[in-house]
Design a protein around this ligand. Structure first.
Ligand code: MRU
Length: 347
């Protein structure tokens, strides 16, 4: 079976990814025929966004299984551990990566004496298909929080490109529009990697949504002017207490939203909820290359010799989060109780 969306195309023998480093100027693909190539693509941000990373990891695991399908017993187990670890070591913050790999590994261990390649391919396709349905459900639940005529502010890219399709935060916006609501969207450019300017603005303009691009440092002033009715962002990992790790700058937005009485919503699948981490302080925060800060694109903007700090994510404490929109419904505080409930874990 195959699967084809704007973000990824599984051909049965390869994973073809739209190269998100080059959008929106160039629409070009990267073809991955090995698990190593998928791992590199995740690391290099060819594919990014928590749910998209999870699905790509699952297909990468399938490619690894195909590469090692001639092995048996201990040799096979060892090789597949290597596949798992290589993919797991790409990016540390988005828990969907580890969630998808866990699902794949469980299937492998239960089937390694049988037709495991086929079983794993079915599981990866299931993860990808489920993601699309999940995002549509997030959209259905979330759109009820928006009114006709509202203006939403979003950060980074939590759209179709960050998922297998449809998006989480952008899924909510899309669902509201599909329900006949007229919305305007402010998009933070999202320095340093510019996912907002390059990816979110591109997606929304293509969808025909009135889209206003702002630099990140304009968000406070825009809120102060009363121009924003809701902030909606995605998430890379949500701790058991409701603390949310998301793209750097999200925390600043949450503080600003609180100051200006604007509701701050997080839209994410339950696969982004990590009940194993008690609070946000336990979430590993990826630090990326200094050149992302010293350069814009390939152009150096900062003096040679300057020091740089480049955390790719931040943590917004749960007190600042108005609600978390999942495929199972809208979760409100107290998150330590209600996240467990929605995950079906005894409280
Ligand atoms: O570094 P990125 O581009 O992978 O970061 C993406 C984000 O922070 C998104 O907001 C998050 O993954 C949710 S995507 C539905």
């Amino acid at each position: 079976m195959t699967l084809k969306t704007i973000t990824m195309h599984w051909t049965g023998n390869s994973l073809i990814l739209v190269d998100q480093r080059k959008l929106p100027h160039v629409v070009e693909n990267v073809v991955c025929e090995t698990y190593q190539q998928v791992a590199q693509a995740i690391k290099d941000m060819v594919v990014r966004g928590a749910p998209a990373i999870g699905a790509a990891a699952a297909f990468g695991y399938v490619l690894g299984a195909k590469q090692f399908s001639h092995l048996k017993g201990e040799d096979l187990l060892k090789a597949m551990q290597q596949v798992h670890d290589t993919i797991a070591q790409t990016r540390p913050t988005a828990v969907n990566l580890f969630w998808a790999l866990r699902r794949m590994r469980e299937k492998f261990l239960a089937n390694h004496n049988g037709d495991f390649v086929n079983v794993l391919e079915q599981e990866a396709l299931k993860i990808a298909q489920e993601d699309i349905e999940t995002n549509r459900a997030i959209g259905r639940h979330g759109q009820a929080l928006l009114k006709d005529g509202d203006t939403v502010l979003t950060h980074c890219n939590a759209g179709a490109l960050a998922t297998v399709d449809y998006g989480t935060a952008l899924g909510v916006i899309r669902a509201a529009i599909e329900n006949g609501k007229r919305l305007k969207v402010y998009v933070d450019e999202t320095r340093p990697y510019l996912q907002g300017a390059r990816l979110t603005a591109w997606e929304l303009v293509q969808l025909g949504v009135e889209t206003i691009l702002i630099c990140d440092n304009m968000a406070g002033w825009v809120m102060k002017q009363g121009k924003v009715n809701a902030v909606i962002v995605g998430a890379d990992r949500i701790a058991a207490n409701g603390d949310v790790a998301n793209k750097i700058g999200t925390y600043t937005l949450a503080v600003l939203a609180s100051k200006h009485g604007v509701p701050f919503y997080v839209a994410a699948p339950t696969s982004t909820i990590d009940l194993n981490v008690k609070d946000g302080s336990q979430i590993p925060i990826e630090e990326r290359a200094h050149t992302e800060v010293t350069h814009v694109g390939n152009v150096r903007i900062a003096a040679e010799g300057v020091k740089v700090y480049n955390p790719a994510f931040d943590v917004t404490e749960h007190e600042l989060v108005t609600a978390i929109i999942t495929e199972k419904g809208v979760v409100r505080p107290p998150y330590d109780v209600n996240l467990r409930k929605i995950m079906g874990v005894e409280v």
